[in-house]
Design a protein. Structure first.
Ligand code: HEM
Ligand SMILES: [Cu+2]
Ligand SMILES: [Cu+2]
Lengths: 333, 558
């Protein structure tokens, strides 16, 4: 029955490691579906951090609970504990180990950030003056005619192309505008405007994000990407969705009283579905050369518009007037 | 409790002083300290009521309890009250009460300034609460008050919010000057910086942060008020201003602010654990210097709150690494605390339970903190309930648990009465259970896709939110045993001796409550603050902690 304490400690260490590894492998129930090519890497990063966190959590809590049970003062014992004031090797150890762990997490994070396109010079702001990007696109209530024509030649901060496709134009560009309290999507190549985001699966999609009034934040939890929409400053996101389906688009930055209602959906579609959707919205856009057509469609023909139900329910109460929607028509594009 | 052997030689009962002095412009640091603590606790109750209203709204996915407009005001004022009117002034309250006593001084360096600093708080707080009743309602742009939203939601509420924070910030700066001057200049002869109790180190570190960062917040808010009232365009993009510059200025203060809120409690925990574990603090210098390291590093990590604000990649990487590095000195403290209680003779009273609870809960917030320092992961969870969980593990699990530990520990010194122990334990258990039930599930909500600052949410989250709300009701109830205990004990509790815990820091060498001007004559220090278990060379085999006050402090201590 007399197990030496070193062996006990060793066994506990092994047990703790195994539990941490097990937790770190089984994080999937803590996250929504992962639906882009790089989002699983973010999940792996989370898994790794969760492994380490579990280990440290169990270590500290284990010591605390053990101390509470084992080292409580016996009734009547008024003496002090041993006058131990420190232990330099131990202190070096618990300085060095966290330092190495943090370094490791930093390197891992850097790597994942790179695969997400964070270091793409077109989106990273590398070599860019800190505050040059004001100039002409500062109008808070820009009509689309005045709005920055985001051609991709200008640095819009955010997440850019993955290392493999840097310097290449994306397969699809969508201009995303946040306004109190809706997301409006413009497809410049199609001359189409929509209240939901439709993207073909497997394609390299770039979102040019802007805001009309206050800050908003464009978040797709299943894509693990988020970017603030900032009035007067273009930002961008770029992704390649891999799992067809419908996912929520959530506004994550407080933008006023209906902030919680500022939601819509992204539809990741097979090429056929996507083409069908394009066909269903295109004819009208073509009939009216000015592009006014789509705006009218938005206001008058909800079936063709595929606005999410949520937006339809609230749109009249949200204060999005037809006028401001009309201003958004991709006339200039 | 064993009868205290460490008794002030010739201690006399201080004359019962009239309670009215607590409502006067007293310049006695002990009165001011208690004024701070009672005032901030009052605001804690108000902040808690607002939080409970927030959780009632969130118990169901629909907007049904308050209007959306009011909801935004509720969480904005909740956070503002908790931060600027509870945790920051409560930390300052302990600083005021304890620093002069701990370093053997008769008062703070600038007693009048001290009183002025305190008396700015009640008007600022009442102004803020009153703003609910102005026509456009209270501020509703979050405690961060980002423009342009803060410029277009209720103008008067926003203006009052700015004025109130400016007053509170000024108060905090005055307090910081006072703490730093007192600690640096008024120590008892023979007490070098490295002989100071760790609480003083922590207050010094917090004061450095206050002095470096608070003026920047004041600058940001003055400019914001110009944009708001005079139509200037510092931050308003309509006129060519830059809303992101505000974020930089705001977080240049507000990240350090989180350390301003936790450092005093780091210090308090470093005092409480050794006393009740009957062991010296483990690694005095490491804990002392890590406070300074945290405060300096804390000045260069602010943009980790802005990873999705269109921050350039190199800045994101810089701030990620700087933030990760802060985990190292923080880890040093946590491991030092664990090692302090390891092998001790733990007295598991309410103060000690809250102190151990502090370490345990703070670790959770620290671990999630390292996770969200990682840019790719933070891009997913920023502005979600994961952040709400994180910030409450550090602010509630950390600062509030620490404040409770400190209240249980120093209440006898401040009032001359003991708190009731069984009720203290009920309070601890309710707080621990309610807190974890309320905030642990929020990690999951954030990861799964629930943003923060919303009055309505996807119904898939309703069960977990209901659990959080139940936790918050338990938390609300948990304050009752404490309140009753504190009020009852203050009036009619068991009388406390000068040193009920057999502690070695100087505040315990004088009567409870201490006499005016604390010490008579010029006391001289003879032992260190953490000499538990140490026997005095030659003289006696009795541990130092069992000796009389005259062995700690020579010279008359009255
Ligand atoms: C006691 C110390 C507490 C502190 C220092 C504190 C501090 C904060 C802070 C800083 C925020 C962020 C608000 C913002 O960024 O706008 C917040 C939000 C929140 N707090 Fe607390 N809090 C405390 C206690 C509580 C309690 C007891 C509850 C629940 C009963 C609670 C519930 C909430 C909720 C639900 C939010 C999120 C509101 C939203 O984003 O919609 N807090 N708190
Ligand atoms: Cu929003
Ligand atoms: Cu921070």
């Amino acid at each position: 029955m007399n197990v030496p304490s070193t062996i006990l400690t060793l066994l506990m260490g092994i047990g703790l490691t195994l539990i941490s590894l097990w937790v770190g492998q089984n994080y999937h129930f803590l996250l929504p579906v992962s639906a882009t090519d790089v989002s699983p890497e973010v999940d792996r990063l989370f898994g790794a951090m969760l492994t380490i966190a579990t280990g440290l959590f169990l270590l500290v809590q284990g010591c605390l609970i053990y101390a509470i049970l084992r080292f409580r003062r016996k009734p009547g014992d008024d003496t002090d504990g041993p006058p131990i004031r420190g232990n330099i090797p131990l202190e070096i150890l618990w300085t060095a180990i966290p330092a190495v762990i943090c370094l490791g997490i930093s390197v891992f994070s850097f790597d994942v950030y790179n695969s997400m396109g964070g270091l793409d010079p077109m989106a990273s702001g590398a070599g860019m003056g800190m505050a040059h990007h004001h100039g002409h696109h500062t109008a808070i209530a820009a009509t689309l005619d005045e709005a920055p024509a985001m051609t991709g030649t200008e640095v819009a901060l955010g997440l850019g192309a993955a290392p493999g496709s840097q310097g290449q134009a994306p397969d699809l560009q969508v201009n995303v505008q946040g306004l109190q309290y809706a997301w409006i999507f413009n497809y410049p190549d199609l001359n189409v405007m929509a209240g939901e985001l439709h993207v073909p699966v497997g394609q390299d999609v770039q979102l040019n994000i802007s805001a009309m009034d206050v800050l908003h934040a464009f978040w797709i939890p299943q894509f693990r990407i988020k970017q603030d929409a900032i009035p007067g400053r273009p930002t961008q996101l770029r992704f390649r969705a891999t799992q067809p389906g419908r996912y929520p688009i959530v506004c994550a930055e407080l933008c006023g009283s209906f902030h919680g209602a500022m939601r819509t959906e992204v539809l990741v579609q097979t090429p056929e579905e996507y083409e069908a959707w394009v066909a269903s919205v295109m004819p009208e856009a073509e009939t009216t050369e000015t592009g006014q057509g789509s705006a009218v469609t938005l206001a008058q023909n909800p079936q063709n518009l595929t606005d999410s139900e949520y937006l339809q329910v609230y749109s009249d109460r949200l204060g999005i007037e037809t006028r401001s929607i009309a201003q958004l028509a991709p006339a200039a594009l | 409790m064993a009868p205290a052997e460490l008794r002030t030689p010739g201690a006399i009962e201080p004359d019962p002083e009239p309670w009215q002095r607590f409502f006067s412009f007293s310049v006695d640091h002990k009165v001011i300290g208690i004024q701070y603590l009672v005032t901030s606790f009052f605001f804690f109750l108000i902040g808690g009521a607002l939080a409970t209203a927030v959780r009632v709204e969130l118990a169901t996915p629909e907007v049904d309890f308050v209007s959306r407009e009011l909801y935004n005001q509720l969480f904005t004022i909740h956070a503002t009250v908790m931060i600027f009117l509870w945790i920051v002034p409560a930390g300052a309250g302990f600083g005021n009460y304890l620093i002069p006593l701990m370093i053997g001084a008769k008062d703070m360096a600038f007693p009048r300034l001290n009183a002025i600093a305190f008396w700015m708080i009640p008007p600022a707080g009442l102004l803020l609460i009153a703003s609910f009743f102005v026509p456009t309602g209270a501020a509703a742009a979050g405690w961060t008050s980002y423009p342009p939203l803060s410029l277009v939601s209720g103008q008067w509420g926003e203006l009052i919010w700015i004025l109130s924070i400016l007053l509170l910030g000024t108060s905090s700066i005055l307090g910081g000057i006072n703490f730093a001057a007192t600690i640096l200049k008024m120590r008892i002869p023979g007490m070098t910086l490295n002989d100071m109790p760790l609480f003083c180190w922590a207050m010094l570190a917090a004061s450095i942060l206050i002095l470096m960062s608070t003026p920047v917040l004041a600058g940001a808010l003055v400019l914001l008020s110009f944009d708001l009232m005079a139509g200037t365009a510092f931050f308003n993009p309509t006129g060519g201003g830059d809303p992101i510059v505000y974020q930089h200025m705001f977080w240049f203060y507000s990240h350090p602010a989180v350390y301003i809120m936790i450092l005093p409690l780091f210090g308090a925990i470093s005092e409480i654990l050794p006393v009740h574990a009957r062991k010296p603090i483990f690694g005095y210098k490491a804990i002392a210097y890590s406070s300074i390291a945290i405060s300096l590093l804390g000045l260069i990590v602010w943009a980790h709150h802005m990873f999705t604000s269109g921050t350039p990649a190199w800045l994101r990487m810089f701030f990620m690494i700087a933030t990760m590095i802060i985990a190292v000195p923080t880890g040093i403290k946590v491991f030092g605390w664990v090692a302090t209680i390891w092998g001790g003779k733990l007295r598991l009273n309410s103060a000690m339970l809250f102190a151990i609870g502090f370490v345990s809960m703070f670790v959770v917030g620290g671990l999630s903190g390292v996770m969200i320092a990682s840019v790719p992961f933070d891009i997913h969870v920023h502005d979600t309930y994961f952040i709400v969980a994180h910030l409450h593990y550090v602010l509630f699990g950390g600062s509030v648990f620490g404040l409770y530990a400190a209240l249980y520990h120093w209440f006898p010194k401040m009032t001359g009465r003991m708190l009731n122990e069984p009720w203290g334990k009920v309070h601890f258990v309710l707080t621990l259970v309610g807190f974890n039930l309320c905030f642990l599930p929020m990690h999951y909500l954030g990861l799964m896709g629930m943003p923060r600052r919303v009055a309505e949410y996807d119904p898939q989250f309703s069960t977990v939110n209901a659990i959080c709300s139940i936790g918050s009701y338990i938390l609300a109830v948990s304050t009752i045993p404490f309140l009753v205990n504190a009020v009852y004990s203050w009036v009619a509790g068991e009388k406390a001796s000068a040193n009920p815990w057999n502690a070695l820091t100087l505040e315990w060498t004088v009567s409870s409550p201490p006499p005016e001007h604390n010490f008579v004559g010029q006391p001289v220090l003879k032992t260190g603050p953490y000499d538990y278990g140490v026997t005095k060379r030659g003289e006696s085999r009795k541990p130092i902690s069992q000796l009389k006050a005259s062995d700690i402090l020579s010279g008359s201590t009255r």
